[in-house]
Each structure stands twice: as structure tokens, then as C-alpha cells.
Design a protein around this ligand. Structure first.
Ligand SMILES: [Zn+2]
Length: 83
């Protein structure tokens, strides 16, 4: 009986966020759907909402600059009450 388990042994080294379920390959992030993005995008859309320490994408030095385009912005101003 030979073990021919070559289904996914040749995948690039990546990490999967156990909280968000998103795979991070280097600086590229593979979402479950849609085109690949960046750590910043992943953070802006998913990880910043993850209230769990298990999230692997919470390190600002790795995430880098999060731009407006990375999030789901719709030109909505957030106004603080008072004033
Ligand atoms: Zn995460």
C-alpha cells in the first residue's frame, strides 16, 4: 500500500487565519471568493472585526497601510455625537 497523498502537498507555504478562514501567502491574501488581495485589505474587511486573539492578521507591521479602498467605504461620514 503506497501512500499517494499528493492532493495538496505542493501548496505554497501559507498561513490560514483560523478565525477568518482566509489564507495568507506571503503578502498575498486568498479570499474564499473574489480576487486575491493584500493583508491590508483582509484586515480592513475581515480581521478588524474579528474579536479573537487567534486572528493572525493583527500585526500592524505586517499589515502596513490600510487605505480607504481596502475597506467597504461608500462615502459615508462617521459623525460623532455631540458638538
Ligand atoms: Zn484574521
Amino acid at each position: 500500500m503506497a501512500e499517494t497523498n499528493d492532493e495538496s502537498t505542493k501548496q505554497a507555504t501559507g498561513e490560514t487565519c483560523p478565525v477568518c478562514g482566509v489564507t495568507i501567502l506571503g503578502d498575498e491574501v486568498r479570499f474564499s471568493s473574489g480576487s486575491p488581495g493584500t493583508r491590508a485589505r483582509l484586515y480592513a474587511r475581515v480581521c478588524q472585526y474579528a474579536q479573537d486573539r487567534g486572528c493572525i492578521n493583527k500585526d500592524p507591521s505586517q499589515i502596513g497601510q490600510v487605505s480607504q479602498e481596502d475597506g467597504y467605504t461608500e462615502g459615508e461620514d462617521v459623525k460623532l455625537s455631540g458638538g
